[in-house]
Design a protein around this ligand. Structure first.
Ligand code: GDP
Ligand code: MN
Length: 383
C-alpha cells in the first residue's frame, strides 16, 4: 500500500526524524491558511501516489499565501500525469504546503528488501534529486549500499559510513547517520516494503532533512497495523485493483488482452509466462487464492471482465480446497452478470474437475476445455 508524502513525513516525525514544517491542504483556502502560518515563501506539492511530480508541474515554490492558494486551485481536481503514471494520470485531491528549504546539497537514501541478499539494504547516493535508476545506469560507483542484519538492525557505524560516503559535511555526519538509523527503525517497525527519500537535503543553515518522502507498506502485514489502514487513499489506485483489494483477491492490471483466472501466485506467474511465450500478453495477474467461495470467484471474474482490454480468458486452476464446480459456477455467474462474450480456454485439475468442466460445457459460453498447460498454450495461439 502506498501512502502520501505528507503522511510519510508525519510517520517520520513520530520516529524523531526532522521534517520541514508544513501541513496538508484540500482547498485553496486551507493552503492560504497553512502558508500564512508558515510565513514567507512556501512550496506547494501535489499529493499523489507517484513520483516525478516536480518535472510534471506538480511542485511549485511560491512567495505569498495568495500565490499558494492560486497554485493549489489550479491543480486540485486535476489529473497529474508523470512518467510514473499511466497516460490518464492520478487525481490531485490534496497538496502539501511546506516551508521552503535553502538547499545546499541533494542526496538520496532508500531502504529496500533485497531478495538476493534476503535482507533489507540501505541505498545511498550523493546524486539526489534524480532518478536512482539513472544514477545506477550512468554512475553506479556513486551508489553506496549497506546490508542490514535484521536481528540487530542497522548499526550506527553503518549510518555514519553511508553519510560520510555520500558527502555529508563532517559536522553533519552524526545527525545524518542518526536519521538513517531512525528511518530503518521506522521501516522495520511498520513493515514497510520500501522507503525512499529523494532528495534528502543538506540546508545552508546546517540541517539534514527529507524534502521528499515515499513509503510503501506491506499489504500482507497490515493486519498488524490496523491504525495505518486509515492512510489508504483509494482515489489513487486503479479502480479495478481497488475493488479486487476490497474483496480480498490479488489482482494487478496489465496491458494485454488475455484475462487470466488463476489460483496461487506461483501458478499465476507460470500462466503469465505461458501466455507471453506464445506471443500473447496477459491483461492481468489474478490470484483468487485457495479458499475462495463462489461469490468471491464471481466478483473476481466480474472485475477481470470489466477491463475493456480483455478479449479472451485463460482459466488455469488447480482445485484443492477450491473445488472446480464452485469455480465454474462463479465463472458462469460472472459472465451472466456482465454479458461478456469473451471466449474461455479452461485448464482445470483437481477436486470435482468433471463437474466443473460439465458446468462450463453446459453454460452456452464459448469454452475450450484443455488438459495440459501445453494444450492451453496451443489453444491460445489458435484463438
Ligand atoms: P518528485 O518530483 O515527485 O520526486 O517530488 P519532490 O518532492 O522530490 O520534489 C521535486 C523537486 O522540487 C525536488 O527535487 C527539489 O529540487 C524541488 N523542491 C522541493 N521542495 C523544495 C524547496 O523547499 N525549495 C526548493 N528550492 N526546491 C524544492
Ligand atoms: Mn522526489
Amino acid at each position: 500500500m502506498k501512502i502520501h508524502e505528507y503522511q510519510a513525513k508525519e510517520l517520520m516525525a513520530k520516529y524523531g526524524i526532522p521534517v520541514p514544517r508544513g501541513g496538508m491542504a484540500a482547498s485553496p483556502d486551507d493552503a492560504r491558511r497553512v502558508a500564512e502560518e508558515l510565513g514567507g515563501s512556501v512550496v506547494v506539492k501535489a499529493q499523489v501516489h507517484a513520483g516525478g511530480r516536480g518535472k510534471a508541474g506538480g511542485v511549485k515554490v511560491v512567495d505569498s499565501p495568495d500565490a499558494a492558494a492560486e497554485f493549489t486551485g489550479s491543480i486540485l481536481g486535476k489529473q497529474l500525469v508523470t512518467f510514473q503514471t499511466g497516460p490518464e494520470g492520478v487525481p490531485v485531491n490534496s497538496v502539501l504546503v511546506e516551508e521552503t528549504m535553502d538547499i545546499a546539497q541533494e542526496l538520496y537514501v532508500a531502504i529496500v528488501l533485497d531478495p538476493s541478499e534476503r535482507r533489507p539494504v540501505v541505498i545511498a547516493s550523493a546524486a539526489g534529486g534524480m532518478e536512482i535508476e539513472e544514477v545506477a545506469e550512468a554512475t553506479p560507483e556513486k551508489i553506496l549500499r549497506a546490508v542490514v542484519d535484521p536481528t540487530v538492525g542497522l548499526q550506527p557505524y553503518q549510518g555514519r559510513a553511508l553519510a560520510y560516503g555520500i558527502g555529508v559535511p563532517a559536522e553533519l555526519v552524526r545527525p545524518a547517520a542518526d536519521l538513517i538509523v531512525r528511518l530503518y527503525r521506522l521501516m522495520a517497525d511498520l513493515d514497510c516494503s520500501q522507503v525512499e527519500i529523494n532528495p534528502l537535503v543538506v540546508t545552508g543553515d546546517g540541517r539534514v532533512l527529507p524534502v521528499d518522502a515515499k513509503l510503501n507498506l506491506d499489504d500482507d502485514a497490515m493486519f498488524r497495523h490496523k491504525d495505518l489502514t486509515a492512510l489508504r487513499d483509494a482515489s489513487q489506485e486503479d479502480p479495478l485493483e481497488s475493488q479486487a483489494h476490497d474483496i480480498g483477491v490479488i489482482y494487478v492490471r496489465l496491458d494485454g488482452d488475455v484475462g487470466c483466472l488463476v489460483n496461487g501466485a506461483g501458478l499465476a506467474m507460470a500462466t503469465m509466462d505461458i501466455v507471453t511465450a506464445v506471443g500473447a500478453a496477459p491483461a492481468n495477474f489474478l490470484d483468487v487464492g485457495g479458499g475462495a467461495d463462489e461469490d468471491r470467484i464471481r466478483a473476481a471474474v466480474r472485475i477481470l471482465l470489466s477491463d475493456p482490454n480483455v478479449k479472451r480468458v485463460l482459466v488455469n486452476i488447480f482445485g484443492g480446497i477450491l473445488r472446480n464446480d464452485v469455480l465454474a459456477r462463479g465463472l458462469v455467474g460472472a459472465y451472466a452478470d456482465t454479458g461478456s462474450k469473451a471466449p474461455i480456454i479452461a485448464r482445470m485439475l483437481g477436486t470435482n474437475v468433471d463437474e466443473g468442466r460439465q458446468i462450463l460445457r453446459d453454460s452456452g459460453l464459448d469454452v475450450t476445455v484443455v488438459e495440459t498447460l501445453k494444450d492451453a498454450a496451443e489453444a491460445l495461439s489458435a484463438a
